[in-house]
Design a protein around this ligand. Structure first.
Ligand code: AMP
Length: 345
């Protein structure tokens, strides 16, 4: 008998509820300070306490023994990605649902852009300081910044240098190599939540959301005249929550095609094919073209909106189908058809 296991954060509740709905045993690796929260949920069969989610704790002998005893399949999510190095995740000795080799591509901006372009999806132009001519807007991103913290918008070289020197002085960056400058795309943010099944070889669109980000979603509530009186100088994109969204139906065909081209591109560029959930993250501009500034090659937290299914999952399944449950369903189908090797790496 297999168990499904994940780290206690991000989308753990959705994943383990989905696993229980598919009749799996469930196990949660849980930071001590979160045990109070997670012990409230009866669909979690076992909590394995750890000090925090660093590799040395998650992969300690007592945790690994538990995972082996319970025959666990690990479901990766954003908290795991942000707490561990790619090399550490690649070396973990536990069956992993998904393609663990793609995480390297998700973590590296250059590789990420290559895979997105290979998918035939538009990306914002990369810029350097000399491209800042005062006529259009650029977004400066800090490498490894969590949730867009410290990003800033500039249009001229002078503005850029002012921000840059401030960040240097504060020790936030060490030099130009810590900043990634990109064309700012004016449009509305949209996150397309897909699932690829290596068993049926089909892409499913399971949901769509947008993020609710502070300060950027706060600044629009203040009239332009008063905006300069706020102390907001470097606008942040700290994710506070997610808001459900449906697309104009005429945009759905291209959304599905983008998901399919992404899966094809992964097959061409990476040694293992796409498995399970992924998300294309970008904006639709005034001509309703999608320009992607990110992808996530695993479950995203925006899927938590749809614990009970989304409008899109309901069109595919006559039962509540969250992304977490869809993962468990795929594992169940793979076990039944003796093809577990297709969904684990
Ligand atoms: P990221 O860290 O790339 O996910 O970006 C954080 C947030 O910054 C996103 O949710 C977007 O709202 C915004 N953003 C990132 N890149 C761009 C871009 N090139 N144009 C417009 N907005 C962007």
């Amino acid at each position: 008998m297999y168990s499904i296991c994940t780290l206690g954060s991000h989308c753990a509740l959705q994943v383990l509820k989905g696993a229980k709905d598919e009749n799996f045993r469930t196990l949660l690796i849980c930071e001590e300070k979160r045990i109070n929260l997670y012990s409230r949920f009866r669909f979690i069969d076992r909590l394995v306490p750890v000090k925090d989610y660093r590799y040395e704790n998650v992969c300690s002998e007592h945790v690994m023994n538990d995972l082996r005893d319970y025959n666990c399949i690990l479901i990766p999510h954003g908290t795991m990605i942000s707490n561990m190095q790619v090399e550490e995740i690649e070396s973990m000795r536990v069956p992993f649902f998904g393609n663990r080799y793609i995480l390297r591509w998700e973590a590296d901006r250059v590789l990420k852009e290559r895979l997105t372009i290979e998918s035939g999806i538009r990306v914002p132009r990369s810029l350097n300081m000399d491209d800042l001519d005062g006529k259009s807007l650029a977004i400066a991103k800090l490498h490894g910044a969590a949730g867009g913290k410290g990003y800033f918008l500039v249009s001229s070289k002078e503005q850029f240098i002012r921000y840059y020197n401030n960040l240097l002085r504060r020790g936030t960056i060490k030099g130009m190599e810590d900043i990634y400058l990109q064309e700012y795309i004016v449009g509305v943010p949209v996150y397309l939540q897909f699932f690829y099944s290596p068993l049926s070889r089909e892409v499913e669109l399971l949901g769509i959301d947008r993020r609710y980000e502070s300060d950027v979603d706060a600044i629009g509530r203040i009239p332009a005249m008063q905006q300069s009186y706020t102390n907001i100088d470097d606008i942040t994109y700290t994710v506070v929550g997610n808001i459900p969204l449906v697309l104009r139906e005429s945009l759905l065909d291209e959304a599905y095609r983008m998901g399919e081209r992404f899966v094809d591109a992964v097959r061409r560029l990476i040694k293992h094919e796409m498995i399970g959930p992924f998300c294309l993250e970008g904006v639709y501009d005034r001509d309703a073209n999608f320009i992607a500034f990110e992808f996530s090659a695993r479950i995203v937290a925006g899927t938590n909106l749809y614990v009970n299914g989304s409008p899109y999952s309901y069109l595919l399944y006559d039962e509540p189908m969250s992304t977490g449950r869809r993962i468990a369903r795929e594992i169940r189908l793979a076990i039944d058809s003796n093809e577990l090797g297709k969904v684990l790496t």
